[in-house]
Design a protein around this ligand. Sequence first.
Ligand SMILES: NC(=O)c1ccc[n+]([C@@H]2O[C@H](COP(=O)([O-])OP(=O)(O)OC[C@H]3O[C@@H](n4cnc5c(N)ncnc54)[C@H](O)[C@@H]3O)[C@@H](O)[C@H]2O)c1
Ligand SMILES: Nc1ncnc2c1ncn2[C@@H]1O[C@H](COP(=O)(O)OP(=O)(O)OP(=O)(O)O)[C@@H](O)[C@H]1O
Length: 532
Amino acid sequence: MAPSKLNSTDPHGNGDASFSSSQPDNGSSDSLTLFHSEKAVQELLQQTPIQQTDDHLIEFSEALRTVAKALRRAAEGKASAQAEAAEWKRRFELERARNQQLEHKGKSPGECNAGIDAQRVENSTNQPMLRNETNEQSENWSTNGLCSHEILHDGETNSQAKAVPSRIMRKASFKLSWRCKGDISDQHKHDIVSFERGNITAAGRSSKQISLKWESDPQTVLIMTKPNSTSVRILCAEMVRWLKDHKKLNIYVEPRVMGELLSESSYFNFVHTWKDEKEVLSLHTKVDLVVTLGGDGTVLWAASMFKGPVPPIVPFSLGSLGFMTPFYSEHYQDCLDSVLRGPISITLRHRLQCYVIRDGAKNEYEMEEPILVLNEVTIDRGISSFLTNLECYCDNSFVTCVQGDGLILSTTSGSTAYSLAAGGSMVHPQVPGILFTPICPHSLSFRPLILPEHVTIRVQVPFNSRSPAWASFDGKDRKQLAAGDALVCSMAPWPVPTACQIDSTNDFLRSIHDGLHWNLRKTQSFDGPRDL
Ligand SMILES: NC(=O)c1ccc[n+]([C@@H]2O[C@H](COP(=O)([O-])OP(=O)(O)OC[C@H]3O[C@@H](n4cnc5c(N)ncnc54)[C@H](O)[C@@H]3O)[C@@H](O)[C@H]2O)c1
Ligand SMILES: Nc1ncnc2c1ncn2[C@@H]1O[C@H](COP(=O)(O)OP(=O)(O)OP(=O)(O)O)[C@@H](O)[C@H]1O
């Protein structure tokens, strides 16, 4: 009988050297390192003649290939994201320089608009179309001072967009800075540690709060709502009216909500929505702000719509438990007023990026898309009555074998959700780290871990597992992991910025007090025995 693929890897961290470069910190250098590690794998395989009869070696070599492929793909993904970001920055700078030039030449706003309009027509050939984009709004934008600011483009060239020139969606720009005890400064003294004159000192970042300041007015708001709730539906319609009539904003909603609004009144014809997944993928280039109406689940849902950068989210609480929803819906006008004015305190919530790597994948086309989670990825036994058996590696060092109901890999935002119920610690959402929390481990000594943000975790279902495992992502999208399949998970480059009611720490503490009645106990009475 052929030995299992996992048995061929030393579970105590003495595995093959080609596994040791799985940490993508920097996309390009990682691509190189991973390219080399993949090459090393290839060379190793070529140098080691494989006997067709030797099942063990064949399986092992396939495992190496699959892992090397996954690592390369992760690094390539990151490198291409960085390249995209650099491209956006370049365009931004170019446009700003052009606008500054125009200002220097002393052109009147009318002249300036004319120039930009001409450019818009030219550029709009590259824009994907979104529904309900009317000329009327296009005019609004030009009179709202478009010439004084940047225009960001998608750069997509689909035939539909070419056929119908669409308006340019302008994103408001903003700046994030650290604020320390009322002092707002753009500059850190130092980020992590300082090594001045040989003395190592830690950075005093713990008391700092991230602040978002608009550099131009936000113009487009996406409203996402919890389904099947009459109160949410009523509030949504009211909010859309208010944002349009009082703030003159462009508004996007989901197709379902669009239907609900139109069934109420044709007044809502001006609202935008989208038709397909492709348009959803470009939403982040158009939307300045996302408003959620619902509970934590609606925030998770909104975050899951953005597979890349996420615009700032303003979460209104209309659920029973609000750990990520600090704003009260009764005061939505005041809240939105102050958010639109800025500056606002922000919690940058980290996400995890998860890859499912199939044992059967023979080439990279079979690799599944990464899934981003804001709370956690759970690997459990599903409906099986057998113990799960999961081998876990952190940066290729063997961590442990989970035998129990399963394992939760959670962000710090998710630390108050499923991980908490499974005995994990509650962690401030601004702490960068990955929680490693077992679910009902069949062991007296298995305690939860918190790992640093930069690690890559691999959870593998051994070949000798009695049953498959199941992965679920923020409680959704269950995927089966068969024997030999693995889940690889690391910190994603795109966090979710959520607006704070007061600040990150105050909101977090309020949520655990109000939501969980944390450490509620009657105060001890004054009378009684005491130290003299
Ligand atoms: N035993 C458990 O506690 C358990 C079991 C399954 C899923 N969940 C959680 O439910 C989440 C999905 O939420 P949903 O609203 O889509 O499903 P849902 O409607 O089943 O609600 C789950 C509950 O978890 C709360 N919740 C979600 N994220 C939270 C967070 N970051 N901090 C504190 N509480 C949070 C929600 O407010 C809700 O009350 C999953 O990500 C998982 O964390 C918890
Ligand atoms: N826009 C949406 N489209 C589809 N499903 C959504 C949307 N928003 C939320 N959901 C789903 O609806 C469910 C409930 O959402 P949410 O947690 O916001 O409300 P809730 O259950 O009333 O809140 P709480 O759990 O705090 O009482 C979640 O599973 C979530 O994934």
